[in-house]
Ligand binder design. Structure first.
Ligand code: ADP
Ligand code: TRP
Length: 328
């Protein structure tokens, strides 16, 4: 059976971008694959979060994974820092990772621009830690959003390079996985790029009805189409993209036809979109609220996940140590 792995950094609540870009695939894949889903708390240290924020966010993401439908009996759900074996593999990959290639990674260059006072080595080696996360279970498939593509290429590069250096066929190259074969990019409602925590434009799964309504009604629009069937400018296309994700095809087609006939009323469309987002989030929100206070249950889930993950990680490390030339 093929192995699937993915992780999300604990930097706040999950939003619609995380859900449709990643977590939805997790839920669908757990029935067919050997799955590992983790919380990337080591990765979150690159921005120096406060201890209480890490603790809180880790618990939140764990509860939200479960509320979205990841089943701890089917998939291993664990916290990255509970799996110490990853650190050893991270060290080995760092020995084969070159400064120039790490410096050329787009997300590294972006961080250098965004946090010039904190260009730490952890930021630079973010892709080697991510490769270690993936390859410690020798994962075949990694469900992630489009923005992770370069990190995935690096993981494949480190897998290939390890094999080449040691003249083995040990690591398979992990492939990025997208349900429906298309990388999803959930847009923000501010008219520009993707929905994201740091973009400040996210609708969170835990948001209540009023909050959702407020966020959607504030979305950027224009003065409306003037020519039938005209192409949609980005902010309008974004509304339709979101609608395609949460509304029925009938609803989507209704507003699409209105747009094409130059009869669209954005106010109506937004009201409908807010309603449909709320209908989508409400059951998940209820489960989040029910689970997140249950520390005993969350601890139990994380412990069970870590045990499953450890068994697989230990096996890989034993083999890697032997390949590298260490006594085992
Ligand atoms: P954020 O951008 O809010 O910090 P993360 O970088 O922690 O989110 O992303 C966690 C996962 O969710 C990754 O697999 C990422 O590809 C996916 N993801 C995040 N935002 C989006 C989005 N707007 N569209 C699609 N996938 C997304
Ligand atoms: N880099 C991913 C993100 O920012 C999180 C992550 C860490 C990850 N390790 C991973 C994702 C391994 C998939 C596989 O969202």
């Amino acid at each position: 059976m093929e192995t699937v792995l993915s992780g999300i950094r604990p930097t706040g609540n999950l939003h619609l971008g995380n859900y449709f870009g990643a977590v939805k695939s997790f839920v669908k894949m757990q029935d067919e694959y050997n799955c590992y889903f983790f919380i990337a708390d080591w990765h979150s240290l690159t921005t120096h979060p406060k201890p209480e924020n890490i603790r809180q966010s880790t618990r939140t993401i764990l509860a939200e994974y479960l509320a979205c439908g990841i089943d701890p009996e089917k998939a291993a759900i664990y916290v990255q820092s509970d799996l110490k074996q990853v650190l050893e593999l991270y060290l080995y990959f760092n020995m084969n990772a070159y400064l120039g290639e790490l410096e050329r990674v787009t997300s590294f260059k972006e961080k250098v621009r965004k946090q010039p006072d904190n260009v730490n080595a952890g930021l630079l080696t973010y892709p080697t830690l991510m490769a270690a996360d993936i390859l410690i279970h020798r994962a075949d498939k990694v469900p992630v959003g489009k923005d992770q593509e370069q990190n995935m290429e690096m993981a494949r590069l480190f897998a290939r390079r390890f094999n080449r250096i040691y003249e083995v066929e040990y690591f398979k190259e992990p492939e990025s996985f997208h349900f429906n074969h298309k990388a999803v990019k959930v847009p923000g409602l501010d008219g520009s790029g993707k929905m994201g925590k740091s973009e400040g434009n996210a609708i969170y799964l835990v948001d209540d009805e009023k909050t959702i309504q407020k966020k959607v009604m504030r979305a950027v629009t224009d003065s409306g189409p003037t020519v039938p069937n005209q192409e949609k400018p980005d902010p309008i296309q974004n509304l339709f993209t979101l609608m395609e994700l949460v509304s029925t095809p009938d609803t989507y087609n209704y507003f699409n036809d209105k747009y094409n006939a130059c009869e669209i009323r954005y106010g109506d469309m937004k009201k409908q979109l807010a309603q449909d987002i709320n209908a989508f989030c409400a059951p998940i929100r209820e489960r989040i609220l029910a689970i997140q206070g249950d520390d005993d249950y969350l601890l139990k889930v994380a412990k069970l996940g870590a045990e499953k993950a450890e068994a697989s990680a230990e096996k890989t490390l034993r083999e890697v140590r032997q390949i590298i030339g260490f006594r085992v």
